[in-house]
Write a protein that binds this ligand. Sequence first.
Ligand SMILES: [Zn+2]
Length: 358
Amino acid sequence: VEQQAAGMTQSIPSFPWRDNFEILAESIDTLTTVEMTAIGPGRGIVRPLYDAAVAAQGGSPILSAARRLVEVVKPGSTVVLSTGIVIPDFMPVGESDGPPGIAALCSILSLGLGALPIVLCEEETAPPIRDTIEALGLPVRTYESAKCLATAVVIEEFTADPALAAADAETLLDRLAPSAIITSEKLGVNRVGVTHTSSGKRLDAKRLRIETLIEAAQRRGIYTLAVGDNGNEVGFGLIAEAVREHKPYGRECQCECGSGLACVNATDNLIVATVSNWGCYGLTAMIAGLIDRVDLIPRREEVHRMIDACVRAGGIDGATAMQSMSVDGIPSDVEESMVEMLRVIVSMGLRRRPPRPF
Ligand SMILES: [Zn+2]
């Protein structure tokens, strides 16, 4: 049979004629950067910011990040992740962009790479994050309990006090010795140290000082990665000038600081997507491709359950402030369908089509 197949495909040049994972990354990047944002300060920015991210990182950010994670995350090591945002009155316990993507990453980091995921968030945002992770079937436990289990996720707080952040960061890194730090949709500061919402308004609400932890981790040579969609999040320091150029309020914000919302905190890699969850699903799919574990890309039903759990626990749509089955104004059906497309993109990219005699 093998000989027959070989005979039939004799005239076909032997693959790869391009790096197969670069082709895969191209598909994943295309899907996760499709413009689908309503008219407002989020529309029309994903493509120029993605292009800037590719230029700054010398290729697909998702491919670079996936390769680095597969390389640095050793079985039994911990990986620190972070998401969550508090905007009093509007999103008191956070939003639906962030937790589902982080949960998908927890799953592949644990089940695919053998790591223990530790999610850092504000106390307020912990309930929707916990419910979202559990909706994907991952138990949430204390650090001590999780170490005894084959698969579990830990949720912890990190200080929101700038005066304590530097010392707490060193203590946390000493205790957990993470192999990587990954954030999604996690706000940082602009060049004068002010945090902004995606519409350029000043945000002084409680916010854990993830940028201080990232800086401390970088001094230790720990790999850092951020996922974002607006430019006010940690990671965009890598392309802050592009944020100032292309994002409304990027250069001039709506607050008295007058310095724009462009975040100056940089990470080793930055993934830009239309919606941060999409970037996390894309990264999950890319890792799944590299380690040949297509089964670890979440299924449609799992994404539905995650968003449902997040919303029921108070995570709102960040674009509309509605307690609805949508993320950043986009119906949840889009995320549910996206993981199905990602799975086909990866599984087709890993297998050879049957020979055809015509
Ligand atoms: Zn400002």
